[in-house]
Design a protein around this ligand. Sequence first.
Ligand code: COA
Length: 300
Amino acid sequence: MTEVGHSPRKYKNNFNKQDQNVRLVPHMVSSESAKQSRTSGHSNYQTIEVFHLDKITKIVLKRPEKKNAFSVEMYKEVGSALDEAAQDDSVLTVITGHGDYFSSGNDLSNALRPIKESVEETTMELTGVVKILVCKVIDFPKPLVAMVNGPAIGIATTILGLFDLVYASEKATFNTPFSKLGQHPEGCSSYTFPKIMGLGKATEVLLFNKTLTAQEACSVGLVTEVFPDATFQQEVWSRLRNYATLPKTCLALSKELIRNVEKEKLHYVCEKEFELLAKRVNSEDAINAIKEFFQRKSKL
Ligand code: COA
């Protein structure tokens, strides 16, 4: 598989003016803060942006025209960015979305676009990139924080069960429309969701497509805390900046203690989920549901 984004890269030392997340946090673009961002390397990511500030690595999902849907390239790029964040001098890593969505989940056009010679190879490529990203999240050595700025769908919801903290705007919603798409839970949610929210709630969400509001997701334990949308960026960043002043190694070792007992199980669950997905990704109900999604506009 071709790994994207391994060429030498320069981290951006200025902030994209279109990035609301940054614009809303004036202190982050102060000259003091700017001095702390990295100035070496070159970022040639196409689907994400990576910022380094105040000992925090921030990965921004950036395909707003597709509601930050995970294309094959985005799966690979987020994986590469996590590899780099695991090695850099940041204390913690944050993933957030650009624009109004956190992410609309798997890019449904992935399944319709043959990227390999045969259907089998294409299936392996598609499920492979998703699985690799999930494994990287399971193994990520530093505190991993999701800043859920808006709706999260599919894998953008399921994978949150593997994060250490999930802070959400009150505008965020959480939905996994797998059965509507002839698909199945992934991101280890078949294990983490029942554990986090209990079997009944997990069944409503994972089997019956129930959408959770941010408050509901918080009350069932998927979300750590909900913030008013108007102050979401400021409040969360000020908290994260404080967290990032704590000793890096100490936090990483404590995370290891908390997480290590489950790691083997999570990798097993991940393997099983992708075995099923690989069998079912080209099923008639899945392909029909995806074709219907793309045809819906022409019917309007
Ligand atoms: N995969 C591929 N394309 C997607 C997408 C996804 N997951 N989510 C959004 N898009 C695209 C739309 O096709 C549209 O593209 P276009 O402008 O080229 O037509 C664009 O993003 C904007 O989406 P649109 O549907 O017009 O916006 P909306 O506000 O009406 O609805 C969503 C937004 C996210 C509710 C809707 O796009 C949706 O249901 N997406 C699918 C989500 C999904 O099922 N994800 C997989 C879970 S397993």
